[in-house]
Ligand binder design. Structure first.
Ligand SMILES: NC(=O)C1=CN([C@@H]2O[C@H](COP(=O)(O)OP(=O)(O)OC[C@H]3O[C@@H](n4cnc5c(N)ncnc54)[C@H](OP(=O)(O)O)[C@@H]3O)[C@@H](O)[C@H]2O)C=CC1
Ligand SMILES: O=C([O-])CC(=O)C(=O)O
Length: 268
């Protein structure tokens, strides 16, 4: 039986705020939001006030009253806090799955989760269909390609672009290469690519990133094959009004995971 769970959140930006409000509005029967933490103390204080919870000053304070930590902050938080969260006896929900492209970090988190008897949950995020990719990889070796298309303002600022702005008047393919190079070059844009590679167990997943001026949606298309199943997953979703790099659907996928964990029937 699922009993009321104490959930706390790291990262009070666009998606974290959406998740915190969603927890209060639609999941308050199953989850209590016990605290929020952000690098910017004022962001945490504002969200805490809006959601009637604690603004915590550090991780220890956040962990002091939590059974689950939801990361909506960025890969660095997964790297620096992940093991501590699990060792403290909390489950960890990860949005910045790009961090798991680091194999050492991934196995350290797996080991910590196993020893603590806790789980790391990787959400579908702005994509979807990770279950299909994982099922395919169980059946047979799977190959995958992901094509990511966004407007220039959703991509500008990525380290790969080295400060250069993308053209506002023409479509440009700006990247074609490996998942590891993609997440290094676009850490806030291609978490979906790392999720694809991990779920399909295809480290050679190819990534294509295209900038399309005037594009309204963030679009993610995965093509995967294993000789038995061929799948095409295509998701277009609106950028978050507070952060055009991120799709609000990614925050919804966190809420949906939490809903599934609390429900008697799990739509996996
Ligand atoms: N899996 C998926 O499909 C998707 C994953 N993502 C991931 O989700 C993350 C959050 O997205 P979004 O909400 O749009 O990003 P935002 O930049 O709007 O919010 C991130 C927040 O986390 C804070 N933060 C950063 N580092 C730390 C830290 N060490 N401790 C506490 N707080 C910290 C930031 O503070 P500050 O502003 O000071 O840096 C900021 O307030 C992205 O970075 C990306 O990695 C996003 C979209 C889809
Ligand atoms: O939200 C999106 O469109 C996808 C994204 O930023 C990511 O995968 O990092």
């Amino acid at each position: 039986m699922f009993t009321m769970k104490k959930a706390a959140l790291i990262g009070c930006g666009a998606l974290g705020s959406f998740v915190a409000h969603g927890l209060k509005k639609i999941l308050s029967g199953d989850y209590e939001l016990t605290g929020v933490l952000d690098l910017r103390a004022e962001a945490a204080q504002e969200l805490a006030k809006e959601c009637d919870t604690r603004a915590c000053a550090n991780l220890d304070e956040l962990l002091s009253d939590a059974e689950m930590i939801i990361e909506t902050a960025g890969g660095e938080v997964v790297r620096t806090y992940g093991e501590t969260v699990l060792n403290s006896g909390c489950d960890l929900v990860i949005l910045s799955v790009g961090a798991l492209s680091d194999k050492n970090l991934k196995s350290a988190l797996e080991n910590a989760a196993r020893s603590a008897g806790k789980k790391v949950y990787v959400v579908n995020g702005a994509l979807g269909g990770l279950d299909v990719l994982q099922t395919m990889s169980m059946m047979a070796p799977t190959t995958a390609l992901i094509s990511i298309t966004k407007a220039p303002e959703s991509l500008n600022g990525a380290p790969f672009l080295e400060g250069k702005g993308l053209p506002e008047n023409k479509t440009v393919k700006i990247f074609e290469g490996s998942v590891d190079d993609a997440i290094r070059g676009f850490p806030k844009n291609v978490n979906v690519a790392v999720a694809t590679a991990l779920a399909s167990n295809c480290p050679d997943t190819k990534v294509i990133i295209t900038s399309v001026p005037g594009m309204k949606d963030n679009k993610h298309c995965v093509h995967a094959e294993n000789g038995i199943i061929t799948t095409d997953i295509s998701i277009s979703s609106l950028p978050d009004p507070d952060n055009p790099k991120s799709s609000t659907s990614a925050a919804w996928s966190v809420l949906n995971l939490l809903k599934n964990l609390a429900a008697p029937v799990f739509y996996y």
